[in-house]
Structure formats: C-alpha cells, structure tokens
Ligand binder design. Sequence first.
Ligand code: SF4
Length: 361
Amino acid sequence: MVQEEKDMFTEIEDIKKLDIRSMMFDELAVWVKAVGQPAFRAKQIFEWVHEKGIADAEEMTNVPKKLIEEIKKQGMHGVEEVTRLVSKQDGTNKFLFRLQDGNVLESVLMRYKHGNSVCISSQVGCRMGCRFCASTIGGLIRNLEASEMLDQIYAIERITGERVSNIVVMGTGEPLDNYDNLIRFIRIINDERGKNISQRNITVSSCGLVPQIKKLADEELSITFALSLHSPTDEDRRKLLPIANKYSIAELMEVCRYYFEKTGRRVTFEYSLVKDENDTPEHAYKLAELLKNMHGHVNLIPVNPIKEREYCRSLGDSVEKFKYILEKKDINVTIRRSMGRDIDAACGQLRRKYEEAKETF
Ligand code: SF4
C-alpha cells in the first residue's frame, strides 16, 4: 500500500469508531463515500442530525432505506428523557436524561430575556472532587461522547419546541478532562450546516487544568472560558478544590493571561461564595489584588448547599459587600442569579437522587 492509501485507510478506520452524530461534516463525507453513497448524502444526513436534531435515523425521509440501515449499524448515540422538573419560581427546567448504556445525567434549560440557555454535562460523574459539588461524590463513571453532549441540546429543543441560543458547559464533569470530545462538540454545534450556534454564545468552565487551558487557548476559538477560582489564595483554594494541590494560582493566572492574549476573549472568574470560608472582606480585597490586571470578569455565585456536605450559603449582605469591594477596586463583577432553587438546581443533585431511588422513576 502506498503512503496516501495507508493514510486514507487509517482515517476511515478512525472515523468508523465514531457514531454518526459525533462525526464532523468532513468525516461524515468520508464515511458516506466508504459505504458507497454519493457525496450529497453527507449534507442531507448532517442536516437531519444536527440542524433538525432528529432523535431517530428513520425520520430521514429523503434518505434511501439502505443508507438508513448503514446509519443504524454505525449508531447514533443520544439521550432519552427520564424526568423533567419545572421551577415554579422562574420556569427553569431540569432534565434527567438516560444514555444508551443506562447511565443518567442532568441538563438544565434556563430562560432569559436574551434567549434560552442550556447547561450541559460533559461526563458521567467527575473525578475532580470539588468539596461543594454533588456530581463528584460517586467519582467519574465515563466521558460523554460528542453526540451525547450535542443531543442534550437537541433533545431539549425537541421536548420544548423552543430554540436554544446559548450553551454553558458547566454541568456534571470537568469539560477539559474530556478534551477531544469537547472540541468536537464545539465544532459541530458551531457548524453553519447544523445548529450554527455562535462560539461567542458558548461558555466552557474548568476547575483549573493548566495544560488543557493552554491547549484550549491554542485552538483560538472565540468561546468564553470560565475558571472556577473560588479563592484568592492557594491555601484556601486547596480546602475547596483538590486540583489546587496540583496547579497554583500563579500558574492559573499565567495561563489565563495567555488565553486572553491568544483569543482576545476576557476570562470569567467563577467565585462560589461559601459562608465564613471564602466570603469575608479580606478575601474580597485579596481577590481584587490578584485580578487587578487580568482583563477578567468575576461572577459571584452564592452556592446551593447539598445535603451530603456541610457548608452554608453566604448571606445576602456578605454577597453585596463582597461585590462592593471588588467594584471599588475596579473589578468587573456580577452576581449570578440563582435559577431553579426549588428544583434541586445544584449540579448533580437530581442524578444522585435518581441513583438512590431508582425504582421510583
Ligand atoms: S464542580 Fe465541576 S469539576 Fe468540580 S467536582 Fe463538580 S463537576 Fe467536577
């Protein structure tokens, strides 16, 4: 075999490991050719799967039966609704979805004046061990495929009949711990032949995996990167986030600066306020000092307590005082509106309840 033929062979063998929904357009075109179909079928399939967001290959009415059979053989992974909770307070919808292997995950639809935003999961479980988080209690089960991330959005559109315009990858899982599938997901959801969601409307959050943040910067995407900072000092941060034992705040600031230089996008610093742990005026002054030249934006999040962990939500006046100090120091800051507090909106709580009481679902 000559080198070129060998490369083509390797490419199709790699593509055949993917399910149809996880294939980027060019890969789908190679697959279509490999199953002996004309090139225009790739565009038809891609539109059905990604623009229309269908649940089942049988819905492709302009695709021949033979090709539908090939698609079914290849597989089209996705999610299926188990249950949905609707907040009476603000209309937030929380979905529990089942994957084809029986694992379950959560996604949240939040309705804002500027459009619908969906928070998706990137892994089943998580191995990062953040102290305030229910998603990590059972550890990491597995990474989600790109198709399983995409179909959380498509399924919500199918169920509600409403368009999704913003995506936050902030549900269960550390997105950068599932790096390749995350990038694949972003490229497909942004493809103009599919949902065509602008990269500017996508936010990816991380607890701080420095090498992967650098890699993400090098992709030169125009997504928003959000760092879960939660503390201005290494000592305090280590109490909340085990990853802080591996990467220091100095390393994080350096890589965030690099991210801004490469992408021109200012970084969001997520700061979950835990009563008496990281919400004092002293913490606010230290945070302002840390971020003074960072071209960033601070998002304060009064945490939702979970029953498995002992800590309390910051009181309203501590939150306001914290914000006031940052503003006085010219730091750009907002308080995240707490959505769906009546429906277990904290990450991972619904999934844990499901695992604890499977028979009631
Ligand atoms: S906060 Fe995110 S990264 Fe940390 S344990 Fe929870 S899901 Fe994982």
